[in-house]
Design a protein around this ligand. Structure first.
Ligand SMILES: NC(=O)c1ccc[n+]([C@@H]2O[C@H](COP(=O)([O-])OP(=O)(O)OC[C@H]3O[C@@H](n4cnc5c(N)ncnc54)[C@H](O)[C@@H]3O)[C@@H](O)[C@H]2O)c1
Length: 317
């Protein structure tokens, strides 16, 4: 059994590649290295360096493949507001290109990286799959359109699919692979502490117990394993739900993350405090029970363990 991982040179994709190989599934990677790193692709994994818009390259990568995990995408929600056309091209047009190539090659299984961004600023205390999507950025919209593309293509063809809506993916399951995003909290904190600088908390007047925003953090290694379970389920002909939330059900505040960073690194710092950033929700926590039922999903890391694995993998010089 061989699966294609689009975006397999990225932070999450590199973990998915490792999880598949650990489970005895062969992997091919396609990635244009727009944000990924070639060195994240393990030796021995066939690697096609191309954008998914290049249909010929996608068809080449799909040779002998049984299914696809589609992670390639432009993931910076804030930047997507300034670059909507780029976001739609990379996340929607590129996905159409992938689905066309899959249809040509009669490849019928697909697991899609969706996002908590489809919910926007949810009113529900705990988000479930029944919470109405209300994306508030071109990024969130592009992920929801991706889910619709799968729904519609499945209605017209033999496609079997599921979309995994990730919440805040953090940590590292391999000390050589790290989240290089300049916009995510964990890499920002690691980067500033490495430079001897003090991280900032944006917003201390949220209606939360300590005034800082509360999010649902999940560890990338746990997340990667859920993809293996989804791929195996699709391969065995099991019908999966169209969407699953990969959330832990537990909220952690930014201040609690800073406390974990202090404990883990041994660096004694007091974060500076600034105003809220526009559009930053006060609280987003998701229930992952459906994924636990069908995919054996479990978030097995404490906040300190999540930060420790991120810190260990962070390039420090
Ligand atoms: N990191 C998170 O917390 C998070 C949360 C929700 C959803 N997601 C989604 O998970 C996926 C992976 O995220 P990540 O954190 O690993 O990001 P990443 O930027 O590290 O990985 C994305 C990879 O896709 C590649 N890529 C992008 N567009 C491409 C295209 N059109 N053709 C070929 N390759 C392309 C990039 O080079 C990169 O290697 C993304 O789709 C993202 O939207 C991530």
């Amino acid at each position: 059994m061989t699966w294609l991982v689009t975006g397999g040179a990225g932070y999450i994709g590199a973990h998915v590649v490792r999880a598949f190989r650990n489970d005895g599934i062969d992997v091919v990677v396609i990635d244009d290295l727009s944000s990924g790193k070639a060195e994240f692709v393990p030796d021995g994994v066939p690697f096609v360096r191309a954008n998914l818009l290049d249909g010929a390259a996608v068809r080449e990568a799909l040779e002998g493949v049984d299914g696809v995990v589609h992670l390639a995408g432009f993931k910076y929600a804030g930047v997507s507001v300034q670059r909507p056309l780029h976001t739609y091209t990379q996340n929607v047009t590129a996905m159409v290109s992938l689905l066309e190539a899959m249809a040509d090659k009669e490849i019928r299984n697909l697991v899609f990286s969706s996002s908590a961004g489809v919910y926007g600023t949810p009113k529900d205390e705990v988000v479930t799959e029944d919470t109405a999507p209300d994306p508030q950025s071109p990024y969130g919209e592009s992920k929801l359109i991706g889910e619709w593309l799968l729904r519609d293509q499945a209605a017209a063809t033999e496609l079997h699919h599921t979309s995994l809506r990730y919440f805040n993916v953090v940590g590292s399951g391999d000390p050589t692979v790290y989240d290089a995003s300049p916009y995510n909290l964990f890499p920002i904190v690691c980067d500033l502490l490495t430079q001897g600088k003090v991280p900032q908390i944006y917003g201390t007047d949220h209606p939360t117990p300590d005034g800082t925003s509360v999010k649902d953090y999940v560890h990338v290694a746990d997340l990667a394993r859920a993809h293996v379970a989804a791929a195996r389920a699709l391969e065995s002909g099991k019908t999966l739900e169209p969407v699953y939330n990969l959330g832990s059900g537990t909220g952690t505040s930014v201040r609690e993350i800073m406390d974990a960073a202090r404990r883990v690194t041994g660096i004694d710092f007091t974060p500076t405090e600034g105003p809220r950033r526009p559009g930053d929700p006060s609280r987003v926590v998701a229930n992952g029970d459906l994924a636990t039922r069908d995919l054996g999903w479990q978030n097995t890391f404490s906040v300190d363990e999540m930060f420790a694995t991120a810190w260990e993998a962070w390039p420090k010089n």
